[in-house]
Design a binder for this molecule. Structure first.
Ligand code: BTN
Length: 248
């Protein structure tokens, strides 16, 4: 399938500390086309959000980063990058897993109540606009056992019982990223609708922890700044930024 990133470089390295760091470094000296990917079989110091680490068995999973130049996107609207990447992963996975895939705010991808994908978006800003984005994606594909301390990991193989070609998975996911990325400028409305439609626990009551209190609430939306909006069971509207609230 031809898409807007069809001519972008795919750089393969056998081992690297973190594909995000490696691709960022390369981008400082090389002319990388938009959509260029750096992928590895063995990421030794995978980085997660908020200083967490990301563990992935060598050769078993997709571990890569993609470079974007979203120069027409205002820095204040950078959450659209998270939405687009998370939805691309959703699109890719829901082909293999017809039910139960969702995006957990802000940008994890889950199957039922287990995490199958972690995403680390690093945005660079010049003035009011974004200049460059390094989107790092770790999708658990063929791993059979998780030995680290991630709370609830799952792989595609654990769900379907099949093994997958990592090359074909990368190709398919890359095409979905191109499509969802294009929507940021061409079809923002649909991107927002799809994000809410596939959002984990959207519209369903759930239990949360914030400001030292446990409470029950229903997700009502996610605003343009990426903040999480809820209505508590006693009718109060609440809004939270990343790391201010925990799902229980
Ligand atoms: C998270 O869930 O905390 C985000 C994890 C992101 C992991 C991916 S794997 C490829 C890319 N390189 C990194 O160092 N991290 C991201």
């Amino acid at each position: 399938m031809k898409h807007i990133f069809s001519n972008s470089q795919i750089i393969r390295v056998q081992q690297t500390a973190s594909t995000n760091c490696h691709l960022l470094q390369l981008s400082e000296t090389e002319n990388l086309h938009e959509g260029a990917v750096l992928v590895t079989d063995n990421q030794t110091h995978g980085r997660g959000v908020a200083g967490n680490s990301w563990e992935s068995e060598p050769g078993a999973n997709l571990c890569f980063s993609v470079i974007l130049y979203p120069v027409s996107v205002k820095a204040s609207r950078q959450f659209f990058l998270s939405k687009a990447i998370a939805l691309a992963v959703y699109d890719f996975l829901s082909y293999f897993v017809p039910a139960g895939v969702s995006v957990k705010w802000p940008n994890d991808v889950y199957v039922d109540d287990r995490k199958i994908t972690g995403i680390l978006i690093e945005n660079f800003v010049g003035g009011d606009y974004l200049t460059k984005t390094i989107a790092g994606i770790g999708v658990n594909i063929n791993q059979e056992r998780f030995l680290g301390n991630a709370p609830n990991p799952v792989s595609l193989r654990q769900i379907t019982g099949k093994t997958y070609s990592l090359d074909s998975c990368l190709k398919a996911l890359h095409a979905h990223i191109a499509n969802r990325y294009r929507m940021i400028t061409k079809d923002e409305r649909q991107l927002n609708l799809d994000y809410l439609q596939h959002l984990y626990r959207f519209g369903k009551p759930g239990r949360y922890f914030a400001d030292g209190v446990i409470f029950d609430a229903t997700i009502t939306g996610v605003n343009h700044y990426g903040m999480f909006e809820l209505k508590t069971t006693n009718g109060k509207n609440r809004i939270y930024g990343f790391k201010e609230i925990k799902f229980l």
